[in-house]
Design a protein around this ligand. Sequence first.
Ligand SMILES: [Zn+2]
Length: 1080
Amino acid sequence: MERAALLRSITCSTLACNRFFLRSSHRLSLPSASFSSSLSRSHRRSFGTLTRRSVLRRHWRLLPSSSSIPSTRCFSSLSPKAIATSPEQSSPDAVGSQDDLAEKYGFDKVSEQFIQECKSKAVLYKHRNTGAEVMSVSNDDENKVFGIVLRTPPKDSTGIPHILEHSVLCGSRKYPLKEPFVELLKGSLHTFLNAFTYPDRTCYPVASTNTKDFYNLVDVYLDAVFFPKCVEDFQTFQQEGWHYELNNPSEDISYKGVVFNEMKGVYSQPDNILGRTAQQALFPDNTYGVDSGGDPKVIPKLTFEEFKEFHRKYYHPGNARIWFYGDDDPNERLRILSEYLDLFDTSPASSESKVEPQKLFLNPIRIVEKYPAGKGGDLRKKHMVCLNWLLSDKPIELETELTLGFLDHLMLGTPASPLRKILLESGLGDAIVGGGMEDELLQPQFSIGLKGVSEDDIHKVEELVMSTLKSLAEEGFNSEAVEASMNTIEFSLRENNTGSFPRGLSLMLRSIGKWIYDMDPFEPLKYEKPLMALKARIAEEGSKAVFSPLIEKYILNNPHCVTVEMQPDPEKASRDEAVEREILEKVKAGMTEEDLAELARATQELRLKQETPDPPEALKSVPSLSLLDIPKEPIHVPIEIGVINDVRVLRHDLFTNDVLYTEIVFDMSSLKQDLLPLVPLFCQSLMEMGTKDMDFVQLNQLIGRKTGGISVYPFTSSLRGKEYPCSHIIVRGKAMAGRAEDLFNLVNCILQEVQFTDQQRFKQFVSQSKARMENRLRGGGHGIAAARMDAKLNTAGWIAEQMGGVSYLEFLQALEEKVDQDWIGISSSLEEIRKSLLSRKGCLINMTSEGKNLMNSEKYVSKFLDLLPSSSFVEKTTWNGRLSSENEAIVIPTQVNYVGKATNIYDTGYQLKGSAYVISKYISNTWLWDRVRVSGGAYGGFCDFDTHSGVFSFLSYRDPNLLKTLDVYDGTGDFLRQLEMDDDTLTKAIIGTIGDVDAYQLPDAKGYSSLLRYLLGVTEEERQKRREEILSTSLKDFKEFADAIEAAKRKGVVVAVASPDDVDAANKEHPNFFQVKKAL
Ligand SMILES: [Zn+2]
């Protein structure tokens, strides 16, 4: 889940694509990683693109801003394994012999450094024959990472680099099957497996903690990159890129292709269109002026010849940068590489792939673009405006870049940051757009703006941005704000918490950001010196002297500014579709009868190929572990359960580098039903409304100065075998252990002293939340559909939907008006929520840190609990919410659909067994992948089994189909019944499942998972039992599961988030199949 969250979060405007959409996108209900649905679905906040982009940022913008982002990704610590490199490796003798070995394998050592910040020895090599560069980073981190990155600047928007990124993973010389990538997904222990296309590079990373598994992954990726089958196989190009589809000469021709549909989805999202428009306008003269991901209008211009030529030209070792990281043998890395690199000679690729810098404009420009909008609502208030600057005509040196990063955090990093605060408080728009400072490309940019803006206010927004920047340059920042930003940045650097993203990968992305432009790959890894220098400068000269000149030079006095205005256009979607239809009709009209027959035959042939399984010999070529390589016991997390002041306290003694992580859990079950939709806004109010003595800016700065961040969010899940769900509000916080007292004092202050009196701020929260929900509906409709189905099937799902689904969006729409009419009523409802939550009864505390820190914190916990009311609970209310069980279509302006179908299989008498994890993963990776994605043309299709509620659901993502996808879901039972499977395949399926169950976690995530297991009643015995059941899964289990799945076919409920045309067509084909609900 977190993994998926991260992956999706980097599909932003700079990153054209992730290789695939992970099935666990909305939940992963495995016993070891029980992050429940509701957590990920309703409470991952994102502030426009601000946090989405931050994941990939280098240096101190690597992590999102402090206090208000509850996502798990900003919690965790230095890996316990990342301690100093072993002396053998750094002793002169060993180095000598290593150099000799490098020689032998054909590499010259360019440079070697010990990098204190990540306690690693890093050696840069150059391969003698080809010029390939290799960074070999050695340390004690067991989560090993490999990545190969090629510079792939496109010349047009046909999406060549993106289609190639998809295609090279579709079979290669040594692994001649349809999709070795999918085999790895199914059957390896990878902790990371994906590929990304950037505007100027393509990146293939893998990670694993198991050395044998790691080298298997590396070999498959190297073979894929250098010797892919796709350059000889037109059908792969058609499948991943684009092709004409014609099932029958009498029907219409349509476009199909995985990337084609993926990008149609991207081009349905206003934020994405804005980001792309801005980037292209900022860089009219170089490669960033086109879309490496592919514009659906341009993709069909791409020919197979151009595609092959692009691979020949750029996928050469001379144009590659290769990264190894972790605790494996550095010599083995070079040996493996030499096997591939020695097969190549020199090539001019690296000079041909150089990215030319964009020259600065002499005058600002302005662009107006339309985006597809729904017909409902007041369109005049749906404009967007964003100001974008290209900061320099060449790459900026590191120290300035770091200072700019700091400035970015000061201006925009937290809700209390002035630029963000002033824009949101202006009432001119609903939410921030633009990512702030962006330094992923050759030249840095800065963008900021608002969406949900009224047509008449566009210029006011522009003036406000400029006047705010001007006054920041004139007046500077107050010292509390500077201290808070400094502490936040330092904390996140030292904590180095990358969530479930491997640390080695995060370092690679930092390094490659410079290395790819032929700059020093070591520099970006070393933050300590420049950070200290900056601190000293601020102390000496004052922050104004440091930051004001930067604002003036790079923004205020910089003419290279592009203002992008986006106008809502309710006709755009249908106009685009009409244009596409017209083109296709012309194509058809120009074809002879023979041509049409031939096209129908080719369509048939492609489908047949897609649906024919790989022969067993080919499947065997993909290396795999054996069950003997798999530990028999689940990963153990230490837990000690004690009591302080009558409150249960869970302690996890883990190495966290002296960071204390805590979760304070309150029972939500006594809350009145009609208050549920207010809960997310209640949580935001706690963090962002301020107390009697401190306004929210001061409160946020205090949190920034004393802690590593605090967040508050609801958590809901079904409990297996129980009618009543578990529902809590969790306060999560972290700080250096020496500041435990501050941390608990601040949590107390937030919970008890915050005043719900600021009507204007509350109003902003409502519009921001509304904007966020609308965004989620367009970009993550599968999550919305899943929540909706859950809400029809169980109470926990209903609660979650009230706080994060379509019902929540409707609630927000009504609330927007109510804030003006009945603020007193709302304010007292917020107070009522607080009263029903805050009690020692029903409270639970979870702490993760080293033993001594846990012990030292006890007195502060005790004091914190003393201050909580001990009043006994108001009686448990009974929530009896359920949505009606009709099939439903949520209609939005989109070119692609999200289609879901779900049922509770416990109702059919199915009893949970560990094999269910293996089977549902298998269904996702074979049946649904092949039918929904490969032949259906959707970006993703998967199923999910929530073992707590019993809900088994099918979902598709960016799907061109609607009813057809439901047919695939309904065929799953038959697929399982007819399934034949050899031992090898079964073993792979089991190992892949263990890989999910044993997902790599940093210590804070371990402590958190243990807490959730405690809340959900998952015992160690149960985990052991499930693991044994997973390991002993047999074909018989698959057949038995088919019966449970059949129930979905008969009794399942369908929810689709879809385009109006497709819903109309579906209801014509099956009258009244869908109840229709307009959501945007
Ligand atoms: Zn893609």
